[in-house]
Design a protein around this ligand. Structure first.
Ligand code: AMP
Length: 286
């Protein structure tokens, strides 16, 4: 195993990758915003298993944050992240600064029509979020030019948006999805979990518990009734505030009114616990 190389400029990243690309070796890529946890590391290890070289990027992308406070409070710990990556099979860490990614604040717009996909749920409650995600992921894929790029189902809507972008733009990289990694009590791992108080952390499992119940109840209950039940159930504890809870078509993410409208569905939710916004989802078996 070689030592992990840390690189902060686009030019150096491309140069470092060139010999591997010349030899047609498989390059796996895991884009992240850092504050790494087991969820990210699972993606890294999957990439290590399926590729010759694994690259991880850490870039807290300001243009995908609609809330300045969320951006300011986003946890950052590059030296700890680098240590975790070294121990989990990452070969190169790409850590560009803001000026490197967006010189003079200029972003390269990606002009794509996503239908409802980037307008519902996260798109609705975080205006501009997916525009920022699409710009940064396109730019990073152009720089790294990977064989396989890894994304978690934890951010299910993001995964669908990126899959659509790949298709529409004919991007070369395979988009590989990875199951959500959870804490022992079921809470989806997230960098934002660090911001929960001890009391909030103890009750946070409720979100996944309700999602599981929804999966269990499934098509026996009408969609609208299930949705209302879930919102009420989560909010029974007054520390929780549901921003949205939807049952949607798995591909288009159009929210369902009847079970008959989709062959595959997913339940997705965003919930404030105190002032921390958490998202989670489960795929449903129809
Ligand atoms: P982030 O650093 O939050 O932008 O996440 C980077 C990548 O890791 C994204 O593809 C996420 O979907 C993925 N990810 C984050 N948390 C988890 C998790 N708990 N399980 C699986 N993948 C995750």
């Amino acid at each position: 195993m070689q030592d992990m190389k840390e690189i902060s400029t686009i030019k150096e990243a491309k140069q470092w990758l060139k010999p591997y690309q010349k030899k047609n070796l498989k390059i796996g890529f895991v884009p992240t915003m850092g504050a790494l946890h087991e969820g990210h590391l699972r993606l890294i290890r999957q990439s290590e298993n399926e590729n010759d070289i694994t690259v991880c990027s850490i870039f807290v992308n300001p243009i995908q944050f609609n809330n300045p406070d969320d951006l300011a409070k986003y946890p950052r710990n590059i030296s700890l992240d680098a240590r975790l990556l070294t121990g989990n099979g990452c070969d190169m860490l790409f850590c560009p600064g803001l000026e490197e990614m967006y010189p003079e604040g200029k972003t390269e717009n990606v002009d794509l029509e996503f239908g409802l996909l980037d307008k519902v749920m996260e798109g609705k409650f975080r205006p501009g979020h997916f525009k920022g995600v699409v710009i940064v992921v396109k730019k990073l894929l152009d720089i790294i030019n990977p064989t396989n790029a890894y994304f978690g189902k934890k951010d299910f809507q993001q995964l669908m948006v990126i899959t659509r972008m790949k298709k529409e733009l004919g991007l070369k990289a395979n988009i590989i999805d990875c199951e959500t990694v959870r804490e022992d009590d079921g809470l989806a791992m997230s960098s934002r979990n660090l911001r929960l108080t001890i009391g909030e952390r103890q009750v946070a499992r409720r979100i996944f518990e309700v999602l599981c119940k929804v999966r269990e109840k499934g098509t026996k209950t009408p969609v609208w009734e299930l949705r209302e039940w879930a919102i009420k159930k989560i909010q029974e504890d007054s520390r929780f505030r549901v921003e949205y809870f939807e049952i949607a078509d798995r591909e288009t993410l159009v929210p369902l009114e009847n079970w008959g409208q989709a062959s595959q569905a997913v339940a997705l939710t965003a919930v404030f616990l105190g002032d921390v916004r958490l998202i989670d989802n489960v795929e449903l078996f129809l």
